[in-house]
Design a protein around this ligand. Structure first.
Ligand SMILES: [Cu+2]
Length: 465
């Protein structure tokens, strides 16, 4: 299996499931960058959905616990920094989180002490450096012409206690009014962790053993916006369990949640005792307890695993993931699958008041890339509680599988908008013969907002180059 859990071609291309917002910016260019900037600007103004830490007087602050080094966040765009004056209370170690919200290369450079942080367009990068003395330090973008164009500012290190002191507001000036290109200062966290990471089994003889732990984590939906998640292995969706038809599969689950739980494997043909329905096929797994499921993987297809206890509460908190059973070698399905150059997964749902695809809302959703002429499959799973009519721009696609099972040749049909009800799966296919940056989005238009702010929610980009 390749690095991208579902990508056959990751040797030459970025892993599919871990593709980040970078491609969004690369694809949409400045126009969308400005649009995003506007969206994020709402957060600076205290408008939903971006919940920012603001300091006294509403100034954007540097978040730092009293015993931790301060973290400064700064965004480079085309062609300026969003904040020209940064402050820390006193000498000591300072962490930097630098976002590049523009469409071209930038860096954040200080000569003495030396630090250079260079996030790619659409990405963030972090760094840290120790300031020994109070004073005013210049920062700038070192790319030719950028400093001259205005990409510079100053970092004022005060005379306070530094490391252990409370960090002052980022700017001594009153907070600037949002402008259409202002971006969020909220991104003091690392870029969102991705769900759907492939999990490697441990072999016990011929049995593939997968270990899951369900626990409470804080999940970053879009940069700077967190919500409590109940997650398998710290991810929303949980890790992709991928096996081959006929494999003997064992899944152990440790329950570190504050509630009892179970796992139901949604779709494959299991013995009843392994069906994972609390109080029907098994007692709930106690808090602190564990349970082992074991079954033969059949038939091949795209499936879900999810909680089946107190489901209306537990599943929307994140207790769901994909189970993929690959067809047996040389089977008709295996021959069909061999045609796909790209194999993407999109798990739909709702989480923390947001509409998500693979655990994130636009613009933090995954980018699905393809080269012109490649054959692309997208496995769609609705693990949420609402139906989502998913519309692809630029293409009609073939619906080749429903609920994990392949459609016979004569039953395959063409769509450009496919309504997906909770619990359903569809496999769709198209040949990427129409280059461009196309959106694939839910057509219930409130679902393409982040708590009312458009664009957001269930938008993922298909980038055909
Ligand atoms: Cu929807």
């Amino acid at each position: 299996m390749s690095a991208g859990p579902l990508d056959r071609d990751s040797g030459n291309n970025p892993p599919t499931i871990t593709a980040s917002v970078a491609g969004v910016f690369a694809g949409f260019g400045i126009l969308v960058a400005i649009g995003l900037g506007w969206t994020l600007a709402r957060s600076v103004a205290g408008q939903p959905p971006f919940q920012l830490a603001t300091g006294p007087g509403g100034a954007v602050t540097l978040s730092a616990a009293s015993a931790e080094p301060p973290t400064l966040t700064v965004a480079a765009r085309d062609i300026s920094f969003d904040n020209k004056t940064l402050n820390v209370a006193g000498p000591g170690l300072v962490n930097f989180v630098v976002s590049n919200t523009g469409a071209i290369e930038h860096d954040f450079t200080i000569d003495i002490p030396k630090v250079k942080i260079a996030p790619r367009p659409g990405q963030r990068a972090t760094g840290a450096v120790t300031f020994e003395k109070p004073g005013t330090y210049s920062f700038y973008c070192s790319l030719p012409g950028h400093r001259e164009a205005g990409m510079e500012g100053k970092l004022i290190v005060g005379t306070g206690a530094g490391l252990s002191s409370k960090v002052e507001a980022a700017s001594t000036a009153a907070p600037a009014a949002p402008t259409p290109t202002m971006v969020s200062h909220a991104s003091s966290a690392t870029p969102p962790v991705r769900g759907n990471q492939p999990i490697q089994p441990v072999m016990d003889g011929a049995v593939k053993v997968f270990s899951l732990t369900a626990s409470v984590v804080q999940w970053e939906i879009i940069p700077g916006v967190f919500s409590e998640a109940w997650a398998y292995n710290g991810q929303v969706p949980g890790p992709v369990i991928r096996v081959a038809e006929g494999d003997r599969v064992r899944v152990t689950i440790k329950n570190q949640l504050p509630d009892t739980t179970v796992i139901h494997f949604h779709g494959p043909e299991l013995p009843n005792s392994m069906d994972g329905v609390a109080d029907v096929t098994q007692p709930p797994i106690p808090v602190g307890g564990s349970f082992t499921y074991e079954f033969k993987a059949t038939p091949a297809g795209t499936y879900i695993y999810h909680t089946h206890q107190n489901s209306a509460v537990q599943e929307p908190k994140g207790l769901m993931g994909a189970l993929i059973i690959d067809p047996a070698p040389a089977s008709a399905e295996a021959v069909r699958d061999a045609k796909f150059d790209r194999d993407y997964l999109q798990v739909l749902g709702e989480f923390g008041g947001y509409f998500i695809m693979n655990g994130h809302s636009f613009p933090a959703t995954d980018v699905m890339e393809a080269k012109v002429g490649e054959r692309v499959r997208i496995r769609l799973i609705n693990a949420g509680q609402a139906a989502h009519p998913m519309h692809l721009h630029g293409y009609h696609f073939k619906v080749i599988g429903t609920d994990g099972r392949p459609l016979p040749e004569g039953a395959i049909y063409l769509k450009d908008t496919l309504n997906i009800s909770p619990g359903e799966r569809y496999d769709i296919e198209f040949v990427a013969d129409n280059p461009g940056v196309w959106v694939f989005h839910c057509h219930i238009l409130s679902h393409v907002t982040n708590q009312g702010v458009d664009p957001g929610g269930m938008i993922a980009v298909v980038k055909v180059v």
